[in-house]
Write a protein that binds this ligand. Sequence first.
Ligand code: SF4
Length: 483
Amino acid sequence: MCGVFGAVLPAGEPTEAANVAALGLFALQHRGQESAGLAVSDGEQLMLYKDLGMISSVLDERRLPSLRGRLAIAHCRYSTTGSTLWENAQPTFRLGPQRAIAIGHNGNLVNTRQLLDELPGGRARLPASTDTELLTALLADEHAADTVEALQRVLPRVRGAYSLVVLDERRVIGVRDPFGFRPLVLGRMPHPSGESGLWADDDATTGWCLASETAALDIVGAAYVRDVEPGELVVLEPGVAPRSVRFAEATPALCVFELIYFARPDTYMEGRNLYEARRRMGIQLAREHPAETDMVMPVPDTGAPAAAGYAEEAGIPYREGLVRNRYTGRTFIQPSQTMRQRGVTIKLNPLREVVRGRRLTVVDDSIVRGNTTKQIVALLRRAGATEVHLRISAPPIYHPCFYGIDTQIETELIAATHSEEEIRAFVGADSLGYLSIRGVLAALDLPYERFCFACFDGRYPEPVPYDAASRKFMLEEAVAGHA
Ligand code: SF4
């Protein structure tokens, strides 16, 4: 999972596109904390700046003024292929025989091995070990009149999850794979003078942007126009209305985990506000798994909407029993197990006055490996909780994800190798209950067919060549193989 943002500003715009893109990306920090970067075009040439670290430390005031131009793309990374190295930060950039191009990619390709075989010169030509680097090289090499045509030729050979922001000298292009696994939305920015009304309808004076989530549009003052459709390219050029080009038929399968957990609660997806959707998941969870306790509390911050819904439905008081340090990253998103284990105690501190002597219903949004949950239950017991009843507002994760979430090894998933009773015993809870797939759909009030539920039910929308796609470091291994 990563965050992407793209901005195209009209002529005469006093604000540089880099500022808008950095601001938009800042709203997407939760989607990736390993690296950040920005690529701009002034209409003639591309410039790139990227580094490891959080967005605010990479894209600070010292860097942004030198990145001039009306077109920009930005990216924050959470690795699903390749190690946490500077080379693997994005946007990627390539000056190929046919064109200069930069790409920010959210998702994960599943036929990387096959695509590598198509690249003349092979792995030795790639400075980085990510699937995005490979895709960038293929596009920069492709004999085609322009970037749009190159994308139309290359993308039908690409399998897996990709929501892209692509930059060349003259345009920013938004791309979504035919399944639309990862979100991507189009927004319209008003002219800063405000002369043509709040939302300008004159294409010559309107700015356009692309973002992983609608919350990022809010932050830059843009209005949501529509989703980029699965199998669609949206071409943005200064002073021109967005142009839609379809490169594949749509078979929508948006990642349902985006709605359950990953995306911000103030984001809208599939016409649903995610805070409200999660609150309704909590209501369903209370119906499916009631517990007789003294209070309902969330694992902050992401468990809060579902906990509020649970408490409302169960008629049990809602309290906050854990305080989260806001200045550390998400536990799940840290790349290594060592970091994750250290993470939870740095991040969460129990409110002893609230939990002592009480029977607790603790609501969280997922259990992946189980270690974090185990530590949280232990923290609450040490703080004096008499009972801990764990309720999860998602179904058990039985299967790995190959479409951009870093759960690629089945044996790391506790639900894949343990029964529910074994998980309860491992995490040390008095009882455990997961929301069913049916419960998720009831809360969303949307049909199953609209989503990918593969990590819950194993029905992968895009067939996955397991041996190749399950290896996060495949392109690094390809180098070792060549050596
Ligand atoms: Fe999302 Fe799970 Fe599908 Fe991956 S497998 S895209 S995490 S629903």
